[in-house]
Design a protein around this ligand. Structure first.
Ligand code: ATP
Ligand code: MG
Ligand code: FE
Length: 343
């Protein structure tokens, strides 16, 4: 099968064509970093407008890159949530219009499931079930992924997402937006033992992450004026990794053995985090799977791939053309929503 994927839930406008045998035939992505940088974060109105301007020509360009037409597509998959609702609507409405015009099945993809399944696009040998750390700009969760649409949430954040903590720390250090890659770069030059920072909820029996206190501690460290920025960055990254590993251990203790530990979402692009996760997996005789960094941050190939996965299910049914865009859409609806940022 061939699936056109559309992504517009945050600040990347993206389109891609992916086949069921895991070939990315074409892929384009337009980041809005420059538009949002002056505000230190994503401005929803600016994002929606930028998506609306860029998406249609981008879809045409991706089809042309691959030498395909809509008639060659077996489905059109678009992010239908969760995300900034204006942007999600732009992508979903575009997908609906194309689906209707070309009489092609529509697949409404949960953006988080796009992230969650992206490692299977990168690695054909990755089978269900797997333990997943999904760490992005809006989410920080540990999930047991047992199949397409089959996710059990084992932990989630009660305040900030991990990517958000990276972004806010970057802001404190004057590194601009988006902050994750900048903090990682600076951390390489720093000493992670120099700045004492808290590890919130370490050892907690609750299925939660918390990064708000860590973020505030970074601010206090900066204001103290006695630490080098690189040492703050390195110490922050080390503290964040300790929290992640502790919560992974918490989750791992509560499930049956699984063969693989997988990481996805924008923070999965971080080499230090990846290295820590790899050690964790090794110690527990799990494989470690991480998609290439370009598949970790928002992209349309993962949305197209989630469409391919749906298409391959027994009894596949397209989504109705009146399906709604959703600002919130938990991957595990059974999980009690946590306080604050958790969906
Ligand atoms: P969500 O997927 O939760 O809706 P999002 O789509 O904005 O949020 P992604 O594009 O998946 O998130 O990830 C972006 C986040 O990843 C940002 O917070 C960014 O700082 C972070 N990030 C990207 N690269 C790195 C890195 N190398 N190290 C740490 N964080 C990173
Ligand atoms: Mg982005
Ligand atoms: Fe994302």
């Amino acid at each position: 099968g061939l699936v056109l994927g559309i992504e517009s839930s945050c600040d990347e406008t993206a389109a891609a064509l992916v086949t069921s045998d895991r070939t990315i035939l074409a892929q384009r992505i337009a980041s809005q970093d420059a538009e949002h940088a002056p505000y230190g974060g994503v401005v929803p109105e600016i994002a929606a407008r930028a998506h609306a301007e860029r998406l249609a020509p981008m879809i045409a360009a991706v089809l042309e890159d691959a030498g395909k037409t809509l008639d060659d597509c077996d489905a059109i998959a678009a992010t239908a949530g969760p995300g900034l609702i204006g942007g999600v609507m732009v992508g979903l409405v575009s997908a609906k219009a194309l689906a209707m015009a070309s009489d092609t099945p529509l697949i409404a993809v949960n953006h988080l499931e796009g992230h969650a399944l992206s490692p299977r696009l990168a690695d054909p040998t990755l089978d269900f079930p797997y333990l997943l750390l999904l760490a992005s700009g809006g989410h920080c969760q540990i999930l047991l992924v047992e199949g397409v649409g089959r996710h059990t949430r084992l932990a989630t954040t009660i305040d900030d997402a991990l990517g958000e903590a990276f972004d806010k720390s970057a802001k404190v250090l004057g590194l601009g937006y988006p902050g994750g890659p900048a903090v990682e770069r600076l951390a390489k030059e720093g000493d992670a033992t120099k700045v004492p920072l808290p590890r919130p909820l370490l050892g907690s029996k609750e299925p939660h992450f918390s990064f708000a206190g860590l973020k505030s501690a970074v601010l206090r460290a900066k204001e103290a004026g006695i630490y080098a920025d690189a040492d703050i960055a390195a110490s922050f990254q080390a503290a964040a990794l300790d929290c992640v590993l502790d919560r992974l251990k918490f989750s791992w203790d509560r499930i049956d053995r699984v063969p693989a530990l997988v990481v996805a979402g924008g923070v999965a692009a971080n080499q230090a985090i990846r290295a820590g996760l790899e050690r964790f997996a090794e110690e527990r005789a799990m494989r470690f799977v991480a998609p290439p960094p370009k598949l970790c941050t928002d992209n349309a190939a993962m949305i197209a791939w989630a469409g391919c996965e749906r298409l391959a299910l027994d009894g596949f049914r397209p989504d109705p053309l009146d399906i709604a865009a959703r600002p919130r859409w938990p991957l595990d609806p059974a999980a009690e929503p946590a306080r604050g940022a958790g969906v």
